[in-house]
Design a binder for this molecule. Structure first.
Ligand code: BES
Ligand code: MN
Ligand code: ZN
Length: 478
């Protein structure tokens, strides 16, 4: 782990053990490592023209600094960044600038080495010293960003862990562990309690696995717990629902071999809620938020759900399981029903690695969002742009619903004609049958962001998205 420290000194005044990072207006592919007269090191790197800097290029630049420091095996680096001369960054405000700086330093220093047994002999980046942090706003925003980045890295650790070490019961333990000592309260429902709540879809998905399903609820009452009093309607919590499939083999409709090996990441939606709850509890946000994670392994055995089975959801609607690999929408449906029934939320977001089709639609740059609430859609797109967890909308029109009407049951979990078109929307449409009727709800398909891509300048594996966006959503939602 790299330490990230701040100082009010300038680059010129710090000890020689730090390699000073000097940004120039050259192209971002230009860089030189030079020895200074005093015998220290200086790394000069192109950052492009200041007047052209945008929030997007700034985030990438911050990550690139850390990446280059690692590549050159620098052990201590010092940086001094400011928005001056970058109109588009200045326009975002000081708080955004320092928070974004520290978030991205935190995300970029992360590595997942838990399963490496041979000691790595290369020199490690020990410390990043950030110069010129002096005013209360600078200190506060920087520290907030570090906490949010930490939350995202907790998400990455949980998501990156192989499925044998992150079964539903181990995911429940990891949740308790991550939130220990915070004001967030974790409740774990075992199979018996899930059965009592009649969550028939979650049970169906988890049936084939050795480790039975768990339902994880995380409560955070930062604004005070509602008492049932009518005046408390402004205390209604934000509900976050996250897919917690600890491994997705596809079930009896087994996945082809090339498509299975990354499916330990299929609980990334749930993991992102753990990181989000960690951050909002640590920051002490004065908001009420409850997270719901239906956790199950979609496995293959004599007990597995079969294509053609019909299961009864907690909502009472029956579902013909036409495809056992469309399991995420099943577990989410019951969790959404539970959230609406017991918590009457003010707004509901669900976060899930739901469809491969979302990657077909958007590539791997942004998560897909679907909602009938225009203002919620605008908010999510804007916060995506502001935080870097990019979100892009797809329609959720009534017309899509027809293809999911089953002849044998109320609904089918895929289009009854087995159409492969519009698969991402199909997932959102299925969930819309379980969304609360009068509460704004948005579905976020994060499958495009499940795994990092080279342009992210992050460690391979889980991205920790959309923790930054969710924290901002909780902070700003009215
Ligand atoms: N977890 C997968 C979706 C996924 C695929 C996420 C690739 C990330 C990368 C999901 O459970 C799934 O299998 N979806 C199916 C749905 C289909 C059967 C309608 C899919 O995308 O093929
Ligand atoms: Mn699946
Ligand atoms: Zn899945």
């Amino acid at each position: 782990m790299t330490k990230i420290n701040t100082t009010n000194k300038t680059l010129a005044d710090i000890p020689a053990k730090y390699c000073r990072i000097i940004l120039t207006e050259d192209n971002t592919n230009w860089h030189r490592l030079v020895e200074t007269k005093e015998g220290g090191l200086e790394y000069r790197m192109g950052a492009g023209k200041r007047k052209n800097a945008t929030p997007r290029t700034f985030r990438t630049l911050v990550r690139l600094i850390v990446l280059q420091a690692k590549t050159h095996q620098l052990e201590n680096i010092a940086i001094h960044l400011g928005a001056m001369g970058c109109p588009k960054l200045e326009a975002m405000g000081e708080e955004w600038f320092f928070r974004t700086l520290s978030e991205n330093l935190q995300l970029a220093q992360y590595e997942f080495n838990v399963y490496k047994t041979k000691p790595d002999k290369t020199k490690k980046l020990q410390e990043i010293l950030v110069c010129g942090i002096s005013s209360p706003v600078e200190k506060q925003s920087f520290s907030t960003g570090l906490t949010i980045g930490e939350g995202a890295n907790i998400t990455r650790d949980i998501a990156n862990t192989p499925s044998d070490d992150m079964t539903p019961s181990l995911l429940a333990k990891a949740t308790q562990n991550a939130l220990k000592g915070t004001k967030a309260k974790v409740k774990i429902f075992d199979q018996k309690a899930i059965t009592k709540e009649k969550m028939g879809l979650l049970l169906a998905v988890g049936k084939g696995a050795y480790d039975p399903p768990k339902f994880i609820v995380i409560e955070y009452w930062g604004a005070g717990k509602p008492t049932g009093n009518k005046k408390d309607s402004n205390l209604k919590p934000i509900a976050l629902v996250g897919k917690g499939i600890t491994y997705d083999s596809g079930g009896l409709n087994v996945k082809p071999s090339g498509s299975m090996h990354e499916m330990h990441l299929d609980m990334s939606g749930g993991a992102s809620l753990i990181g989000t709850m960690y951050a909002i509890a640590k920051l002490g946000l004065k908001k009420n938020v409850v997270a719901f994670i239906p956790a199950a392994e979609n496995s293959i055995s004599a007990e597995s759900m079969r294509a053609g089975d019909i299961a009864t959801s907690m909502s009472g609607q029956t579902v013909e399981i036409l495809h056992t690999d469309a399991e995420g929408r099943l577990v989410l449906a019951d969790a959404m029903t539970y959230a609406a029934k017991y918590y009457t939320p003010s707004v509901m977001l669900d976060v899930a690695t739901l469809t491969g089709a979302s990657l077909v639609a958007l590539g791997q740059q942004a998560s897909a969002i679907m909602t009938k609430n225009q203002s919620l859609q605008n908010t999510l797109v804007e916060l995506g742009e502001e935080t870097g967890d990019l979100m892009w909308p797809l329609p959720l029109w009534e017309e899509y619903k027809a293809s999911l009407k089953s002849t044998r049951a109320d609904l089918a979990n895929i289009a009854t004609n087995f159409s492969r078109f519009g698969g991402c929307i199909e997932g959102g449409t299925f969930l819309s049958f379980f969304a609360p009727k009068k509460t704004p709800w948005a579905h976020i398909d994060i499958a495009p962001r499940m795994d990092s891509i080279p342009s992210d300048k992050l460690a391979k594996g889980a991205t920790g998205e959309p923790v930054r966006m969710l924290v901002r959503f909780v902070e700003t939602y009215k």
